[in-house]
Design a protein around this ligand. Structure first.
Ligand SMILES: [Zn+2]
Ligand SMILES: [Zn+2]
Length: 273
């Protein structure tokens, strides 16, 4: 299985020069199974460049893929209207997430393209689209095995353990530790994983004070989970908009002192398992 990061920033895009080594686009991950099937996780602004890359790779041949969405905060869906492959009728995408409060999955995702927010609505997207609302039950997508679980985040968020050919990557973004049920669930799903991609937006003192209740995690919680659950590698993810490259280098350094096999995610980073 191969994973490529197209967006690693939390909350809002941050295209300032001092952030560009790690990148300013919001969450978007591309997975390819050993057999070559395409799985996208989250549709932040990084999705736009993934779309361009897919159109170049497929060069007019139909693109078929599955998309997992963790939740509906803007930083995780805002790339969707700019995902070029959705505008071509030969392509086909199957989109998965939980049913949000107040509407179906399709209605909610289309909501950001209704007026006055966007010039065309979702009917301009000619690709075949299907939506599926998932619970905590594991399911198969082509040759990927997917295990969803609920994280602790305002309005909800799903964590996904993504398995292929005996390898597994846990995507746990947008999660605030300190909720005993949520903490237990995340540890269960992370057990023995090859990689944990973890929300490292804040520092522990921020979580205990001014950022309490904002729904995010810290690098040291990621370290704890990896140690307790025998996870092989920690990827710091969902970088704070106010963390410039130097600040992220610093987080990475401190995390490595406690868990050497740690890297901070950057745009273009690839992991092959
Ligand atoms: Zn987020
Ligand atoms: Zn969020």
């Amino acid at each position: 299985m191969r994973l490529r990061f197209w967006g690693v920033r939390g909350s809002t895009p941050t295209p300032q020069p001092e952030n560009l080594r790690y990148g300013g686009n919001t969450p978007c991950l591309e997975f390819r199974s050993d057999a070559g099937s395409l799985l996208i996780a989250d549709c932040g602004t990084g999705l736009r460049m993934l779309g361009k890359s897919l159109m170049k790779e497929f060069a007019g041949r139909p693109i078929r893929g599955n998309i997992l969405i963790t939740h509906f905060h803007w930083d995780h869906i805002q790339g969707l209207p700019f995902f070029g492959p959705l505008y071509h009728e030969a392509n086909q995408f199957h989109i998965y997430s939980y049913r949000p409060r107040g509407g179906s999955l399709g209605e909610t995702l289309g909501g950001q393209m209704t007026q006055p927010y966007f010039p065309v609505n979702m009917s301009a997207m000619r690709a075949k689209r299907k939506y599926a609302e998932v619970s905590n039950k594991p399911f198969e997508l082509d040759d990927f095995h997917i295990r969803p679980a609920r994280l602790n985040h305002p309005q909800g968020c799903l964590c996904y353990r993504i398995g292929n050919n005996g390898k597994s990557i846990v995507l746990a973004t947008d999660n605030e530790p300190g909720n005993s049920k949520g903490d237990r669930t995340l540890r269960e799903i992370s057990k023995g994983a090859d990689v944990l991609v973890y929300d490292s937006q804040y520092e522990r003192p921020q979580l205990e004070h001014e950022k309490k209740g904002w729904g995010h995690g810290s690098w040291d919680e990621g370290v704890k989970i990896c140690k307790e659950c025998a996870v092989k590698e920690l990827i710091l993810f969902h970088h704070d908009p106010d963390s410039d490259d130097q600040a992220i280098d610093n987080l990475q350094q401190r995390a490595r002192e406690r868990f050497p096999n740690t890297r901070a995610a950057f745009e273009g980073m690839e992991i092959t398992l």
